[in-house]
Design a protein around this ligand. Structure first.
Ligand code: HEM
Length: 448
């Protein structure tokens, strides 16, 4: 790794008036982000009208993630996210974070995860049973439905009905659909009474109302195997009053952070497997050898090393959280550049994950690069799919476990193919990276 003084900083050329670098980010985001290291280890560009700095070197990316006191949550992404999730654990500043995280942590401890796994297993069984011998479907909406039903039912209780899930889904569609567009526009434009802005605000109000209703219902529920119950117990143990608005922020945060991320990972994983039959075959062999029943169960998840490597490699290639922001809380220096307080930093794993100096053949799908001996040779900070430091994803084991259950269960009984012709260019400015059009065909394996 270079010494501090040898880190290079630079400026990204090709900036447009007013919209900055929004055009390449809109048109071919990963190609653009992957090209950034040629301009420096820390590069300056424009996110719409806002000047931002982007660490493209693994060590600098790691530092900005780990030093969450200096590089605090804020900037254009988290300003938008706060409108939705208030002061929840993902959006709050450093000052409130340790308390928020302490309260939420027990809900993500291993014994709780094992309880949520029952919901995951049931939902995966319901989906795959509906396939019969063969089925074609559009991947993302189906897998998003699966992930949202799982996170809703593990959050509140298994009793949450389909109508509530639909309401939440509709709100997220509008809010996340607008998210990045709003990031590239001046704040004043987002406040105008335009139809898009009105729809955005209405969707936020609907989301809050749906969540508040379910919280009120769930408080009466005796079942304690859910996130909300664990959260209430953590507040009680601390002797803290449970304010409904605070609970709502936690709940919206977990719903938002735990659905599209998993749906996107599963979508890309199944796409990559369909494009790489040799890896799919190896995954089927692993499932055949390790699963006792027709579907995977939670206890079997640690016994599926190739499935885990496929998930990590999928997130390396297509990190669902592909671009978010921080803001400097104090004056600081990075790569020899002085950054004034209030400077926006863009956090994106793409320039590191797709850099040939970090990963050999960075665009190739090679799950075995995560075999322990090969992974140990990677530089520190090479993988940032879940963030790092105190703000690292709290749901990583939940999300990976859910993906592993789904992928191993599919591999055990089905062969997945892409129905021609997919359009795997990303949905423009989607908050979570996903393909525009991807239909999959699942066909029951003869031996299953
Ligand atoms: C494969 C799936 C997932 C991926 C790739 C992912 C990725 C991430 C990333 C990159 C961050 C850090 C954001 C930042 O530093 O600004 C994060 C934070 C977070 N994630 Fe995930 N996530 C996934 C699944 C989940 C799930 C399933 C949940 C909950 C059920 C969840 C809940 C959270 C929360 C609450 C935070 C904020 C943590 C904090 O600031 O303390 N995530 N996630």
């Amino acid at each position: 790794m270079p010494e501090e003084k040898t880190f290079r900083s630079g400026v990204v050329p090709g900036r447009w008036p007013l919209i900055g670098h929004a055009w390449p980010l809109f048109k071919a985001p990963f190609a653009f982000l992957a090209s950034l290291p040629q301009h420096g280890d820390l590069v300056e560009m424009r996110l719409g009208p806002t000047p931002v700095h982007v660490p493209t070197h693994p060590e600098l990316l790691r530092r900005t993630l780990v030093d969450d006191r200096t590089f605090d949550k804020g900037g254009t992404y988290y300003d938008r996210a706060r409108e939705m999730a208030g002061n929840g654990v993902a959006t709050c500043t450093h000052q409130d974070h340790r308390r928020q995280r302490r309260l939420l942590q027990p809900a993500f401890a291993e014994p709780q995860l094992a309880r949520y796994a029952t919901v995951m297993e049931q939902q995966i069984a319901a989906l795959t049973d509906s396939w019969g011998a063969e089925r074609s479907f559009e991947a993302y909406p189906v897998l998003y439905g699966l992930a949202l039903r799982i996170v809703t039912r593990t959050l509140f209780s298994t009793l949450v009905d389909e109508a509530v899930t639909d309401e939440i889904r509709h709100s997220f569609d509008v809010v996340f659909g607008n998210f990045f567009r709003q990031m590239f526009l001046p704040r004043a434009v987002n406040r105008l009474p335009l139809p898009g802005n009105r729809r955005h605000r209405a969707a936020l109000a609907l989301l809050r109302a749906a969540v508040e209703r379910v919280i009120a219902e769930s408080r009466k529920d005796e079942d304690d195997g859910n996130v909300l119950a664990a959260l209430l117990a953590a507040h009680e143990a601390e002797g803290a009053a449970v304010v409904d608005a605070e609970l709502r922020d936690h709940v919206v945060t977990v719903l938002a952070a735990g659905s599209e991320t998993v749906a996107s990972t599963l979508t890309w994983a199944l796409y990559l497997l369909s494009e790489h039959p040799e890896v799919q075959h190896a995954l089927q062999q692993e499932a055949d050898a390790r699963l006792v029943g027709p579907l995977a169960v939670w206890d079997e998840v640690p016994e599926l090393p190739l499935t885990h490597r496929v998930i990590t490699e999928t997130i390396r290639l297509y990190p669902p959280g592909w671009l978010f922001t921080r803001v400097t809380a104090t004056a600081t220096e990075l790569a020899g550049r002085r950054l004034a307080p209030g400077t926006t930093i863009v956090i994106t794993p793409v320039p590191v994950h797709r850099n040939p100096a970090v990963f050999a053949r960075p665009d190739a799908f090679d799950p075995d690069r995560w075999l322990p001996a090969r992974a140990a040779a990677l530089p520190r900070g090479a993988f940032a799919g879940f963030g790092a430091g105190a703000r690292k994803c709290i749901g990583d084991a939940y999300g990976v476990g859910e993906c592993a259950l789904a992928l191993a269960s599919v591999a055990r009984r089905w062969t997945v193919a892409t129905v021609p012709v997919p359009d795997v260019r990303p949905v423009p400015l989607a908050a979570f990276y996903r393909p525009r059009r991807l239909f999959l065909r699942v066909k029951r394996r003869s031996a299953s």
